[in-house]
Design a protein around this ligand. Structure first.
Ligand code: BES
Ligand code: ZN
Length: 598
């Protein structure tokens, strides 16, 4: 039995009890915007003398608690709920009678639960039914289930979800067929997972298969377009299996959410949650699928043991994502995406205020892990692994990563675990290839190390030539010639690489020719709106405002709010847009935007 390291973002007393299984029975009430019912936890007693089980909760109403032994009847037991702290919520302390190894908590969520978003019919594509989805990572599971909410504890679960009869419930778990139309859905998750991977969505949902083990859930009007966009998913799985070993979760389905979903994607096991903003019509933004799929190895199989180890999840996954893209779409595209990643990394770093958050190992003591969230663990982590690949050679490094996943499967890993593995499996085998000082610099530096092996792209060199020609007086026609075969990534780089003080004449000429302001590609529109803010190009104002109201994906909207807030007049505009958008945003997006416009 593995020991569980205590976690700074959880109240759970894991040296006394460790949860092994969860049974949920919850009813979704869309009028009250609550989930209510029971959570039954089976615990493994680590301290025979322990008399109290401590769980994480946030804004839950606890009705009662009962305890039982494996064989015995339920008996009421007493509990207390501590005062809440802003970062971590309230510890729930349940008295555990001697020998008890199960507890059952009857509770209800709050309409303000941070891990839930309740959407009115008007916020959905169909406009007739309401919608609910959960987002548990990093520490929001506690806002809809009382549990030990830390990545170092893995549980299996089963669940009964009761809904209005017209709606369909899906979970990131195995679904028992036949629920549709009955208002009762049952699920089971047989593989042990950390609490942040528990996920539920309820709405007017339809399913379209893509392959034998892949398919898409979405609102009926979206599901066919989504299945076409993501039709290469099976190929991505096959490519990843070829590199890193079997996919161990049975099915891989995607759930396309309404546009208020605050993330691009969330790697909920067996059922990735995804923003509709990646459905561009030309598969140009499907690296999101590669990314969330990659988490089936890096994250879901081998999990960051604590949140400060987050780069083990996201850095590895970003590296794997690029390898999948290379295998399915070729090296040129993977290189362009990696270069965009480096540019995102530098941009993100420049907005970070706490020095240690610019490194791979932020200090999260006393903080909600979400407050330390940035691109650094993703792109700095990916660059670290790309460096190791370049130094040790691709074949050696691939075998090394595969062994890492195999030997740590269904377990948590710390940064130190990785370093030990790196030393014994690679560095000691080939002394002198990579030094200990270099490894330390990757972890602790606030920038990209000088010895990094950076991605390069011939395509982007050509884009920069076309940009130079255009900016120094070249005609729009010449640009049209040069850009005829450009992909989304080339256009993104082009806009991103334009001077921020581009003249209004240039802006207008570009917009007339390419139609940037009305782009239906969410990433191209994003880089264009950032340029429009900097260049004071007012012709984009109303489209940008509509974009910021329609979309709740933080990565697409926060930089726009931040850019606006850089000037006093812009800050007022940002606040005005936020006032209109706020009701449609997820609680996590509301917090992040409020921070900027305050
Ligand atoms: N696991 C993350 C999302 C996340 C991280 C949610 C931390 C809550 C806390 C997911 O895998 C992710 O990284 N999504 C990215 C997309 C990706 C293509 C970089 C996103 O949402 O932007
Ligand atoms: Zn990720």
């Amino acid at each position: 039995m593995h020991s569980v390291s205590a976690d700074a973002s959880s109240y759970a007393n894991v040296s006394a009890f460790v949860t092994t299984h969860l049974t949920l029975d919850l009813t979704a009430n869309f009028e009250q915007e609550t989930l209510a019912g029971t959570a039954e936890l089976t615990v493994d007693r680590r301290d025979p003398a322990a008399t109290e089980l401590v769980l994480d909760t946030r804004d839950l109403t606890i009705q009662n608690a009962e305890a039982a032994m494996a064989t015995g009847d339920w008996v009421p037991t007493s509990f207390t709920l501590d005062a809440a702290t802003p970062a971590f919520g309230s510890a729930l302390r349940i008295v555990m009678p001697p020998g008890a190894d199960r507890v059952r908590v009857t509770y209800a969520t709050s309409p303000a639960a941070r891990g839930l978003q309740w959407l009115s019919p008007s916020q959905t594509a169909g406009r007739e039914q309401p919608f609910l989805f959960t987002q548990a990572q990093a520490i929001q599971a506690r806002s809809f289930i009382p549990l030990q909410d830390l990545p170092g504890v893995r549980i299996t679960y089963d669940a009964t979800i009761r809904t209005p009869k017209a709606l369909v419930a899906v979970m990131a778990a195995e679904m028992t067929p036949g629920g549709e139309g009955t208002g009762v859905f049952t699920f089971k998750m047989p593989q042990p997972i950390p609490s942040y991977l528990i996920a539920l969505a309820i709405g007017d949902l339809a399913f379209t298969p893509m392959g034998t083990r892949t398919g898409v859930w979405a609102e009926p009007s979206m599901v066919e377009a989504a299945a076409r966009e993501f039709e290469d998913t099976e190929q991505m799985i096959a490519a990843t299996e070829g590199l890193y070993g079997p996919y161990r979760w049975g099915r891989y389905d995607l759930l396309v959410l309404p546009p208020s979903f605050p993330f691009g994607g969330m790697e909920n096991p067996r059922l990735t949650f995804a923003t509709p903003t990646v459905i561009a019509g030309d598969k140009s933004l499907v690296s999101l699928v590669a990314h969330e799929l990659a988490h089936s190895w890096s994250g879901n199989l081998v999990t960051n043991a604590t949140w400060p180890d987050f780069w083990l999840n996201e850095g590895f996954t970003t590296y794997l994502e690029r390898r999948i893209i290379e295998a399915v779409y070729g090296k040129a595209r993977a290189d362009m995406e990696a270069m965009i990643g480096v540019s995102d990394l530098e941009d993100s770093r420049s907005t970070i205020e706490i020095a240690q958050d610019k490194t791979l190992l932020p200090d999260m003591t006393g903080r909600d892990p979400d407050d330390a969230y940035s691109t650094v663990p993703y792109e700095q982590g990916a660059l670290f692994l790309a460096f190791l690949e370049a130094k040790f050679g691709r074949d050696t490094f691939d075998a090394f990563l595969r062994l890492w996943f195999d030997t740590h499967a269904f377990r948590g890993a710390t940064t130190d675990d990785f370093l030990t593995f790196l030393r014994t499996e690679l560095m000691d085998q080939s002394p002198g290839v990579v030094t200990e000082a270099q490894v330390q610099e990757w972890l602790h530096t606030e920038g990209i190390p000088s010895f990094a092996v950076l991605p390069q792209s011939d395509a982007f060199v050509k884009v920069e030539q076309a940009r130079d020609a255009f900016v120094t007086g070249g005609s729009a026609q010449t640009l049209a010639q040069a850009s005829r075969a450009w992909s989304t990534h080339e256009w993104m780089h082009f806009v991103d690489a334009l001077p921020r003080d581009l003249s209004l004449d240039h802006m207008r000429a570009l917009d007339d020719q390419v139609g940037f302001t009305k782009s239906t590609n969410s990433e191209i529109a994003h880089v264009w709106f950032r340029l429009a803010i900097a260049a004071n190009y007012a012709a984009a104002d109303s489209e940008m405002e509509a974009y910021m109201i329609r979309i709740g994906r933080r990565k697409l909207i926060l930089p726009l709010y931040r850019d606006l807030a850089a000037t006093p007049a812009g800050k007022i505009r940002a606040a005005t847009i936020f006032a209109k958008a706020r009701d449609g945003y997820h609680p996590m997006a509301v917090t992040s935007v409020a921070d900027i416009v305050r």
